[in-house]
Design a protein around this ligand. Structure first.
Ligand code: T46
Length: 186
């Protein structure tokens, strides 16, 4: 099966079926039916793509309800450490961190349901990341958690002095101060 549980409710690893031949490779990077067979009926409405250099850490970000976003993350080139933090009140994994290496080489994807803060660090010279969202961008509802919150102890696999973080992200609050209205629904 292409899906692997992560120990966090709703957070799934997806490994596509890759067809390789003398020309190269082919795979379905997304198929609604594959997710429906897993009981996932997410309707994605927006694709995002970013390119970053080594040491960049983007995130941790989320959008508040009713603009919360489910994301399906994959890497077009390079390598990232993709990180999801469960911020669903009442979740048994509230405040817990899940991290996984996604790369163009491993073709691995991470399906992140609403109620998680998302971020990634770039471990290759550059990395291009594409992720599908099931809700449109809504700047006013954006929230975030600072990447080096001591309460999270995230190992971004980047030397601290090499981390490149935006002026916006460096001002984000810790988990304890972050505003979120996500409630775990089992
Ligand atoms: C997210 C987003 C941003 N923008 C504009 C707003 C800014 O002028 C510019 C860069 O935005 P930002 O610095 O927030 O980009 P990232 O730091 O990569 O943000 C993302 O970082 C982590 C990894 C995420 O999961 C979120 O999807 C997203 O917040 O793009 C848009 O026009 N549409 C959008 O959907």
């Amino acid at each position: 099966m292409p899906f692997t549980e992560t120990g966090f409710s709703g957070l799934m690893i997806f490994d596509p079926l890759v067809f390789e031949d003398s020309r190269g490779y082919f795979y379905e990077s997304y198929n609604e039916k594959t997710y429906a067979q897993q009981g996932i009926t997410t309707r994605f409405v927006q694709d995002n793509q970013s390119c970053s250099s080594y040491g960049v850490i983007r995130g941790l970000h989320y959008q508040l309800d009713p603009h919360a976003q489910t994301k399906l993350v994959r890497v077009l080139s390079g390598v990232i450490l993709d990180v999801a933090v469960d911020i669903r009140k009442g979740s048994p994994t509230y405040g817990k961190v899940y991290a996984v290496e996604l790369s163009a080489a491993n073709r691995r994807q991470l399906y992140i349901p609403q109620g998680f803060a998302h971020g990634f660090s770039v471990l290759s010279e550059t990395a291009e990341v594409l992720y599908k969202c099931d809700s449109f961008y809504n700047k006013e509802s954006e929230g975030g958690i600072i990447y080096n919150d001591p309460a999270l102890q995230i190992d971004w696999k980047i030397a601290p002095d090499k981390a490149i973080v935006s002026d916006k992200d460096i001002k984000l609050p810790g988990l304890a101060e972050c505003k979120n209205n996500f409630v775990f629904e089992g």
